[in-house]
Design a protein around this ligand. Structure first.
Ligand SMILES: C[S@@+](CC[C@H](N)C(=O)[O-])C[C@H]1O[C@@H](n2cnc3c(N)ncnc32)[C@H](O)[C@@H]1O
Length: 267
């Protein structure tokens, strides 16, 4: 058996700026949401899921892939771990007729998701609660499917995050997540999610490369930099510096990165 410590990217330190409070702030700030959405719309064009307002890289392609791969039936239960404002999973359950439980460590994200749910799926089909990627607070085997969009890499112990999804899945249920793979040797990078998924107790069903992922993200970072003065005027110096730092540090590494959607299953 491979020890977790020997699996690259499985257990890594997470920067101290990644906190629930920081995400609370981002989920609260309407000006942040407006300007980020405008720039994402410009980068993704027709693939931008306007009504979803994702906090991440989800596009219409990704949403359709989640629906196709999770194999949900009407009345079944989807759990969205690190749901944020839950646009992604609300889209999926509106398409499939499933019910939704969303979990996020940001109370502001969870409250915003709760406010949006009625207009998407009506009364009684979606609920949200505060919880962690590695400790959702949900009972064993309560989910027919689990998704995690653009968030599993925020867990310091990525195997524990998969193990938590496995714990709440019923036997035969599917787990799908989006992330990236990078063979750049950086200690936080994951070159291959297969051994992490398997160490977490699930079988890999498929690894799908997200079409246009690198091109879209490259364009997004260019647009952030083109608009950095407006970001500074609207959101302040700290927010502008953060966006600029991410664009300038991650942008050039994109040639070594691949956006992936993994599908796994509980035996
Ligand atoms: C990039 S956003 C993605 C949100 C949503 N899945 C989407 O695609 O719109 C990442 C989310 O992960 C949540 N998050 C980060 N670390 C977490 C943790 N340890 N436990 C629970 N949620 C976490 C954040 O609060 C945030 O809502």
């Amino acid at each position: 058996m491979v020890e977790p410590i020997d699996i690259p990217g499985a257990i890594v330190p997470i920067p101290s700026t990644i906190t629930a409070d920081a995400f609370d702030q981002a989920h609260t700030d309407a000006a942040f949401g407006t300007i980020m959405a405008r720039m994402a719309r410009e980068a993704y064009g027709d693939d931008y899921p306007e009504e979803v307002d994702p906090y991440g890289m989800s596009t219409l392609w990704t949403l359709r892939a989640f629906v196709d791969e999770l194999k949900l039936a009407k009345g079944e239960t989807l759990v969205d771990i690190a749901c944020g404002r839950a646009g992604v999973s609300l889209w999926v359950v509106r398409e499939t007729g499933a019910d939704l439980v969303g979990v996020d460590w940001s109370p502001v994200g969870v409250a915003a998701a709760g406010k949006r749910a009625f207009t998407w799926v009506g009364e009684g089909r979606a609920r949200f609660q505060v919880g962690d990627l590695v400790a959702t607070g949900l009972p064993d085997e309560c989910a027919d499917a689990v998704l995690c969009a653009d968030a599993i890499f925020f867990a310091s112990d990525r195997i524990a995050a998969v193990r938590e999804a496995a714990r709440i899945l019923r036997p035969g249920g599917r787990y799908a997540f989006t992330a990236d793979e990078a063979k750049d040797g950086h200690p936080r990078s994951v070159p291959d999610w297969h051994p992490i998924i398997e160490a977490g107790g699930l079988d890999v069903v498929s690894r799908i490369e997200i079409p246009q992922w690198r091109e879209q993200l490259t364009r997004l970072y260019e647009i952030w930099l083109e608009n950095i003065d407006e970001v500074r005027e609207t959101l302040g110096e700290d927010a502008a510096n953060e966006l600029r730092d991410e664009a300038e540090s991650v942008g050039p590494t994109l040639v070594n990165r691949t956006g992936v959607l993994y599908v796994a299953q509980r035996a």
